[in-house]
Ligand binder design. Structure first.
Ligand code: FDA
Length: 311
């Protein structure tokens, strides 16, 4: 019931300002966000990598409104990748980065896609030099075609660039078939935006069934599936699919969000599975936090308590 208003709130500039300047408890943001700068991100990545987990770092920011801001986000990624390489964290893709194309210019009018592609190319070059990979996050459905077009263009030079597909979109089964090709890294998640029934399943069970169909296609295909869910039921099904297809460890991986079911993350890693944690950092945590609140009503109570306690 709260999902819709929270997802609408995620897009409101007025609410963003209110929440960002409210005496929000640092603990609520800290649960889901590594910190406000690259130092905090690197510290968290180092700690998680030390525990045998892989990491993907997300420099928070979306809906960039001018080219200068888009270049600043690009430069932040390039600098981060250099530091990851210097710290020995990037090699072999142990720590990679996730990029939202809207943060590097995709929403800047008719030229947006071209600007986002150019910025993403520079981020990919820096990742190549660092010895790691890049995954393109997926945003709302109006951006899917453009994001997949940028993915195709990037993959001609950087075939290891990963894509995200959202099981709640009706189109995604077809996209999974198209992307289940040799070497193709595809992160499958349920989807986190407020989408109309014309393009997305709105019933939770339907989304779950779509997730299973999509994952079956990816696991049976030739690519590298990245199973991004915290849902225990889907995790059991994923394990069964992987075993049915005779997939060896290292030909797929699990992914979860920083701060969500950390004990399950460690359990899977301890079992010898590849587990990657999605770690966001940066000043622009508002939209990300709202989507995490929308996923789980209990988080809203946690958030409201923290506003009151100012802890
Ligand atoms: P579901 O929401 O049903 O949750 C299952 C269980 O997990 C819950 O019962 C609870 O125990 C736990 N849980 C889930 N979310 C929680 C939360 N916020 N707080 C506390 N507990 C929680 N989406 C998107 O649209 N584009 C993208 O690019 C990405 N990228 C991405 C990367 C990675 C690595 C992950 C794991 C997820 C994404 N997502 C995403 C988000 C995704 O679409 C989805 O919204 C969340 O993963 C929640 O869905 P679950 O599959 O976990 O199931």
């Amino acid at each position: 019931m709260l999902r819709r208003p929270l997802l609408l709130a995620a897009r409101s500039d007025r609410l963003r300002h209110l929440v960002e300047t409210a005496p929000v408890s640092r603990s609520v943001v800290r649960r889901f966000v590594a910190g406000l700068d690259a130092d905090a991100a690197l510290g968290t990545a180092r700690r998680l990598a030390g525990d045998g987990l892989r990491v993907t770092l997300d420099h928070l920011g979306e809906d960039t409104r001018d080219e200068e801001q888009a270049r600043a986000v690009r430069d932040a990624y390039v600098a981060l990748l250099r530091r990851l390489a210097d710290d020995g964290l990037a090699a072999g893709g142990r720590v990679e980065v996730s990029v939202k194309l809207s943060a590097v210019g995709q929403a800047l009018g008719a030229d947006g896609e071209r600007i986002a592609l150019a910025n993403a190319q520079q981020i990919c070059s820096a990742a190549l030099a660092a010895g790691t990979t890049v995954t393109l996050d997926m945003e709302d459905h109006t951006t899917t075609d453009s994001t997949l077009a940028v993915l195709r263009a990037l993959r001609s030079d950087f075939p290891w660039v990963g894509a995200v597909l959202q099981a709640y979109l009706r189109r995604t089964e077809t996209d999974c078939k198209d992307l289940a090709t040799t070497g193709s890294r595809v992160r499958l998640c349920k989807g986190a935006y407020d989408e109309p029934a014309s393009v997305a399943y709105t019933d939770a069970d339907e989304v779950d069934r779509s997730y299973v169909r999509c994952l079956s296609t990816l696991v049976a295909g030739d690519g590298y599936p990245m199973i991004a869910t915290h849902d225990p039921k889907l995790l059991d099904i994923a394990a069964a699919l992987v075993s049915r297809e005779g997939r060896e460890r290292g030909t797929y991986e699990y992914q979860m969000l920083y701060g969500v079911r950390p004990e399950a993350q460690r359990r899977l890693a301890a079992r010898g599975e590849t587990m990657r944690v999605y770690v966001p950092y940066g000043q622009e945590w508002y939209g990300y936090l709202m989507r995490r609140l929308a996923e789980r009503p209990a988080n809203v109570a946690f958030f409201l308590r923290s506003l009151v306690s100012k802890g």
